[in-house]
Structures are given as structure tokens and as C-alpha cells.
Design a protein around this ligand. Sequence first.
Ligand SMILES: [Zn+2]
Length: 353
Amino acid sequence: MTDLDLSLDAAALTVVLCDIESVSGNEGPLADAVEAALRSLPHLSVDRDGDTVVARTALGRAERVVLAGHLDTVPLGDNLPCRVEDGRIHGCGTTDMKSGVAVALRVAALLPSPNRDVTYVFYDHEEVEAEKNGLGRVARNNPHWLAGDFAVLMEPTGATVEGGCQGTLRADVVLRGHRSHSARSWMGSNAVHAAGEVLTRLAGHRADEVEIDGLVYREGLNAVGITGGVAGNVIPDECRVTVNYRFAPSKSEEEAAAVVRRVLDGYRVEVSDTAPGALPGLSHPSAAAFVEMVGREPQPKFGWTDVSRFSALGVPAVNYGPGDPSVAHQREEYCDIAPILECEQKMLGWLGA
Ligand SMILES: [Zn+2]
């Protein structure tokens, strides 16, 4: 097992963490190393569930903060071990999100007596199906491990605070026709042609922009797939248009479904899958203080992230981490050293002051 040297700065530690490959499902060796490093710190009590490691201070402070990050990465793109060049670390997991994990580990090691109690959560299976997600599993098995007044999910945000996250809904619009031989098409009714009006409505729909806590969430309602057709000589009797709606976190899943049904009034809409958004909660005093400390204009998070799991547990949460989200999951993934050290300094200052 690799010994993690937590006296390395967060950038050097990022390299060590990335070089322990941990593609989803293979987090074991990295979780072992993280667990051993945290167990060597006498000010923390450590628990483990599968490949999720949770460590806590218990100082009786007035407030408890949760710092969380996933240990897994997407599959390698021939991009390990890491390469450091011109102030930049190249490799799988650098931005998403072992640089964030490194910052949290440094806070854990350097602050035996933080000004708020801190819970550190390092979890497995974030980059795969939601049902495998380690944070979700802990929320089901041991929700008290995740208790806190405020959570920072150290996903890549370019070292600015991204508040909340948008919800997502997927639905099929089902169009029915009547099958016939294409040589006698007048005897049938073409379900694929019927999709034309659905696509026209979607293309003409103006998605909402919703302002919450000063952040503007830009929604999107789009066709993301279409299937239909039986054979080259048959008038098709069914066509499905798959629609994805990214909705502002002020809407519930039910309200989001109602929007889709209203836009597609008159059509059969089958909702297949939804996940709620999370409100930014930036008006919460600890979140407001955090934004102030970071000192950059907060931004809305357009994608779906695990902040919504904290939100569902009643813990306001924001995204904040050193990586650039736009290079996540790419073969060319990298993270600049400067924002890693900046995040490390800011987190140490915030919790150590
Ligand atoms: Zn991530």
C-alpha cells in the first residue's frame, strides 16, 4: 500500500493521489491509503463503508462543516502516471477531482483544532450509475455520518463557488400511427412524420432563466434522441422522441414534469427518470461567509452534482474546487498548480483562523 505523505503540499499530493489508479470499482487501494493516513491523525475518528472513508473532529464547536470528494475517476485515456510541466499537472483525475481531495486531506492533516468541527468524506463510485454512488449509500446506511450545517463538495469549479445544481428529467414523447405497406401509404398513418410538430415545438420553446440568490440558472429543454421505423417498405406506427429537461433548482421534479407536459400538450409524455436540483442556499450564513472568504463572484452550477444529496439531507452545500470543469473526463485532463495551492491556502485560512 502507498503511504500518503500529508506533509506534501496539495499540488504534490495531487500527483501521488492520481498515480494510485482508482477507476470506478477499483477505489480499494486508494481508499486504503486514505484511511491509513487519516487513522494516523489522532484528532480524527475514522469510519469506513465499502470504499468510502469518513473522518471527523469532535471538538464541540458551534458549527460542523462537511468537506467531500469522490475518490474514483473515469477510465484512463493512456494518461497516467501524471506529468508535471510548466505549472500544470496532466493526468486522469487531476481536475476531477483528486486536486480537491488533496486539498481536503491537507486541511485534515494540518488543522488538529479547526474553528468549526469538520467531517471529511471521501467516497467511491461517483462516475457511474447513481445507485452505486458511495455518498448515496452512506446517506442510506449511516446518514448521521453526513450531518452538518454546511457542506463543500470539492468538485472542479475553477476555484470559484458554484452554488446548487440544476435538476434533470428525461422523458419519451410517444407518437402512434398506423402501419401499412409504403406502396399504399394512404392506408397508414406515419408516426415519424408526427414527430415533426413535436420537434417544432421543442425548437421554438424558450427555456426559462431563473434567478435564485443572485445566480441565474439557465434551463434547457431539448430533444436528445429519436427512434422510429420498422423497415424500408413499411409506414412506421411508432416514433419516440427522447427529451431532456435541465431545470432550475427552485422547481420540484413534479413541477418540471408539468412544464414538459405543458409544452407538449396533446402528446403522450412518459417520464423515465428524474433527479432533483439543489438550491444554492447562498443566503445561509455559513455559505455567505464562505463565498466572502473565497472572494470571487459565485456562479450557478448547470450540471447535476452530489450537492443535491446533501441538500436532500437538509445540509446546504456548494461546489468549490481547484480544477477546471471543462477538461474533466478528457484524455487531455489537467489541473494547474496555482489554483490548487490557492484553494489549499483559502481552506486552511477559513477553518484555521
Ligand atoms: Zn467529479
